[in-house]
Design a protein around this ligand. Structure first.
Ligand SMILES: [Zn+2]
Ligand SMILES: [Zn+2]
Length: 207
């Protein structure tokens, strides 16, 4: 069995039945269908919503060792822009190309995908392809201007946005110290005096 951890559900849209190919090398079947996206198809910041349509356009070709699946899947992706926190919404097309080896065949590649009886489970393959193609730093658009660091305003909506004082409030506080009469280096200059420990020589004498 190709997926010992997960019994195949023949009614899942991502489980394809190859029965009609009859294991005759050269037999071919086209699968064009829309199925529902499974859970957790994505990464934390962006992914395919559960139940959203996955458009499959695939060729299933019977070869000597198994069934070759090739074609594409188109999914919807949703996430959050890392700059402006706005919604990222896009379509993603991934290529599918995989040989599913018949049960009992010994493929050269021990990690090869396998048929479970007549069934092919596309989900692990789709998951790998989609996750590989997703951006780790999703952007609502390439040139997203992000948010104002001072007030959080969306700079895409307010291109001319700026504040009266361009100073960060923390720097403004430091500016307040200037000219106040207290020289910041005073502290360092008094340090040598502080290091002469009064009474030190007296303690030594007691030992
Ligand atoms: Zn954005
Ligand atoms: Zn602002």
């Amino acid at each position: 069995m190709s997926s010992p951890h997960r019994p195949l559900n023949p009614r899942s849209g991502l489980v394809l039945d190859t029965h009609e190919l009859g294991r005759r090398a050269g037999a071919m079947k086209v699968v064009r269908t829309s199925v529902e996206a499974p859970a957790d198809l994505g990464i934390s910041v962006i992914g395919v919503p559960l139940g959203s349509p996955v458009e499959l356009d695939l060729r299933l070709e019977s070869v000597v060792e198994g069934v070759l699946v090739s074609g594409s899947a188109v999914v919807e992706v949703r996430g959050e822009c890392v700059r402006c926190l706005g919604e990222v919404s896009d379509q993603l097309e991934v290529g599918i190309q995989e040989l599913f080896v018949y049960p009992g065949m010994e493929p050269d590649d021990t990690l090869a995908s396998r048929l479970a009886g007549d069934l092919i489970d596309l989900e692990p393959l789709l998951r790998d392809e989609v996750v590989l193609d997703l951006p780790f730093q999703p952007l609502c658009r390439e040139d997203c201007s992000g948010l104002c660091v001072e007030c959080g305003a969306n700079l895409n909506d307010n291109p001319g946005h700026r504040h009266e004082s361009r100073l960060d409030p923390r720097w403004a506080a430091l500016h307040g110290l200037e000219g106040s009469g207290s020289e910041p280096y005073d502290v360092l200059q008094t340090a040598p005096r502080a290091m002469k420990f009064p009474g030190e020589s007296a303690r030594r004498n007691e030992e």
